[in-house]
Each structure stands twice: as structure tokens, then as C-alpha cells.
Design a protein around this ligand. Sequence first.
Ligand code: NAP
Ligand code: MG
Length: 471
Amino acid sequence: MKTIDKIYINGEFITPQGTEYFNLISPTTNKKLGKVLLGNQKDAQNAIAAAKEAFKTFSKTTTEERIQYLQNIKVAIEKRKSEFIDVMVEEYGGTLQFATMSYDFMLKGFDSIIDLLNTYDFTKIMGESEVQMTPLGVVGIIIPWNSSNGFICSKLSTAIAAGCTSVIKPSEMSAQQTQLISECLHEAGLPKGVFNIVNGLGEIVGAEISRNPDISKISFTGSTNVGKIIAKEAVETMKRVTLELGGKSPNIILDDANLNQAIPLALIAAYMNNGQACIAGTRLLVPENSLNKVKELVKEIVTKTIVGDPKNATTAVGPMVNTKQYERVQSYIQIGINEGAEILIGGLGKPEGLEEGNFVKPTVFINVNNQMRIAREEIFGPVLSIITYKTEEEAIEIANDTTYGLQAYVSSSDEKRAHKVASQINAGRVQINGIGHDPMAPFGGFKQSGIGREFGTIGLEAYLEPKALIK
Ligand code: NAP
Ligand code: MG
């Protein structure tokens, strides 16, 4: 049983002033793994004060110094690879496959931000003037549980690159993962106060970060509802916000697509990270006359999809993060049934033999129309809706008929055609014939999937304030 009773402020592990404990429960067994002592409003204020003080000098560091700090962090994370993977599997229920990939991405992210720093010009000429791209100030980083350390690394490394200091509020459910990254960051030897990490509740620590006038920017990943609360609060002090919110990503299978490639990919896109991914491709749009073949393939693949203990190398779908998330997914499966959609495979209840954990049967609905709640709302679990279309135009229309716009997928054997369709989809990223990540390309959402972008030049500039010197 682990007790995590320290937070990280001003270069030190300290005991928070908060007195409330939160239990850490295994998603795989629902047994207690440990507990975490939560920080309170005063802890958040102390962390913000430390970051504010550190900003005075950190904002003046050179590119070379920042690169060195980023390299130090990378080296510290590299040393503890297996711990990062194991703790993500144990505490969050990420599959071994996913946790390993996630670790690799996290590490490679440091190379990308260093590459960017090596080429980025913080002073530009625009018109007749010199434009200085100056660090914004103290950044509040608020993140969810579905890729906790990945989010910490991508957001914090961008803040460091920009010369900003940070206060990080992870999900309390990720406390062991947070402890590990805090130790690595500590080892990296950054000046005190450059990063501060406060475990605590969203309504307390998160709310203080959103409200506090000494925070200049919030970088948030999470639900659209909480994103709206944060944005409303932030506007009072004109904080800059980058919001990475939910999605209901369409996956268009064009009529010339190779189904033997496109359908396995579609199921990976739908079930990645146990379905708990903002970029999950949860609306599969297929030509009406391919439906029978698609149904056959989907059934065959889902039957073979291994659901179970996330630490087994062959497991493709692990448990939901907690019982609340399990119940939420069950309620959506029930909603789909009530709405008249038909279950092709999966359905309510836990898979046989997996009654202890928060396991869901990977589920696929057919006879779905795009107005149903299961086609409009983010479920955040392994539930896929298949929707048929008659023409390419109709497919594009259905794809865009959503309040979201984070990611989309298009499959076709004709790349030009796929490109043309992709260009008509309102989403921050459109994946053509695959699933990839380009760390130099922007990531973020159209519409209610968010505000702003992360990664690459556009992501870095979201941490910078342009200042024009006019002569
Ligand atoms: P969430 O409620 O949006 O929480 C994300 C982060 O915001 C957490 O650290 C949370 O703290 C914090 N927070 C909550 N209320 C806050 C407030 N009033 N002010 C400032 N910060 C606040 O997401 P969740 O509870 O982890 O998951 C709920 C649903 O969000 C999921 O079912 C899913 O639909 C969606 N979600 C989306 C993504 C994504 O990547 N787009 C990721 C995760 C979840 P606490 O942990 O203490 O609440
Ligand atoms: Mg919450």
C-alpha cells in the first residue's frame, strides 16, 4: 500500500497543507493500491507564488540553457523506462502495448521540442518592426488521467522552451504516475520554482489556478464541460487559454478503400487507450453497399480482440479508469439500445471472467444515425457506431455534422481522392490511410473540441506574447 503525501513546490518535495486523502484504486481489480494526500487552495497559491518568482530569472534564460534543461529531463526519464510503463499499467489500466508506445512518444517529444528550439527565431522582423516573442508568464497546466505523464511532458516542455514557469495540477487518480515524473523532473536540476506540481481536486486546486491573477495562461486537456468553466473563469483576468477538449471523430471509409486494411485500422482508432482517447475514431462512416462486408470484418476482428489484464502483452483493451467511467460507458450502451441502434457485437455488462475490474465489452453498434446521442456525445470507452452513407458528399456532411472537430480519419486506395475529402473535413487533424503523430504539426480542435493548438511552431507560440518595437 503506497501513501503519497508530498507535493512539489519551489524545488522541494513538501507536505501539503491540505488534509484530505484520496484513495487510489486499481482499475483492474478494484482493490486499493494506496492513497494520496491532496493539496488545498493555499498549496496552489504557494505553488503559483514560487512559479511567479522563478519567472523573473527563467524568462531571461537563453535557448541553449533551456535545451540543456530539456535534455536533462529526457535523460532522467530514460533511466526509469520500466517504472513509467508499469505504473501506467497498474494505476491507470493502460495496456502494456499502449503504455509502451505512450512512453516512447513522451521521450521523443523532447527531441522534437529541442529541434524546434534550435530553429525557432524569438526575434522576427514584421513590416518595418522588430517583433520579440516573449514568454507569457506563469502557466497553469491542468490535465486528466488518460495520458497523465504524456500531457505533463508535452505541456511542460513547451513552457520551458518558451521561458515560462509552470504550476501543474494532474488528476488525483494519477498520483503514483505523478510521483514518478516529479522525481525525474527534480533530478533534472531545473532552477527552483520553474515547475511546481500540486495534487488536488479540480474544484479546489484547478479552480484556484483558473482564478489566480498571477497565472497568465492555462493549458488544459479534459472534458468540454470543464474547459468551458475554466475559460469563463480565465477571461476575468484575460488569461490566455489552450483547451484540448473532447471529440467524436469520424472515420470515412471511401468506396474504393481496401477494407482489409481500413477496418482493422478503424478498430484500432476506436479502441485505442481502452477507448479513453479524445482522438478516438468513434463514428465509422461506411458506404451503404459495403455494410455487409464491413459487418463481417468487424465481427471477426472484435471477436479476436483480447480484453483483460492490461499487463499482458497481448491485451488490446484494458479496464476503464474507475467505476464511474465504467458506469458512464454502460449508460451509453443502454442509451444506444433505447435509441433503436442495434448491437453488432459486445453490449452491456462485463466480459466473462473479468467481473472484478472495470472491464467493458468492446461494443459496435449498427443502424446508427448521426442524430442519436451515441453518435453525438463523447462516450470515452470502447464503443463504436457504424453509420452508412450513399455518396461522398453525404459522408462529408455527416462527418462535419458534430459539435466537435478534433480529429478525423479517411481511407481510400486513391490518395488524391482521400486528400480532397480530408480537406473538406472540419477537424484539427485528419489522418489519411493510417494513424500517426507528427510532433511538428499542430494538434487541437475546431469548434467545441477546443481553442488553440499544441506542438510545433504554433504550439510554442501559444506560450509567447509578441511585442513589436516600432521605430
Ligand atoms: P475533467 O473533469 O475534464 O478533468 C480534467 C482535469 O480538470 C482534472 O485534473 C480535473 O480535476 C480538472 N478539473 C475538474 N474541474 C475543474 C474546475 N472546476 N476547475 C479547474 N479544473 C478542474 O475530466 P475527467 O473528470 O478526468 O473525465 C470526465 C470526462 O472528460 C470523460 O468521461 C471524458 O469524456 C472527458 N475527458 C476527455 C479527455 C480528452 O483528452 N479530451 C481526457 C479525459 C477526460 P479532478 O481530476 O480533480 O476532477
Ligand atoms: Mg472530474
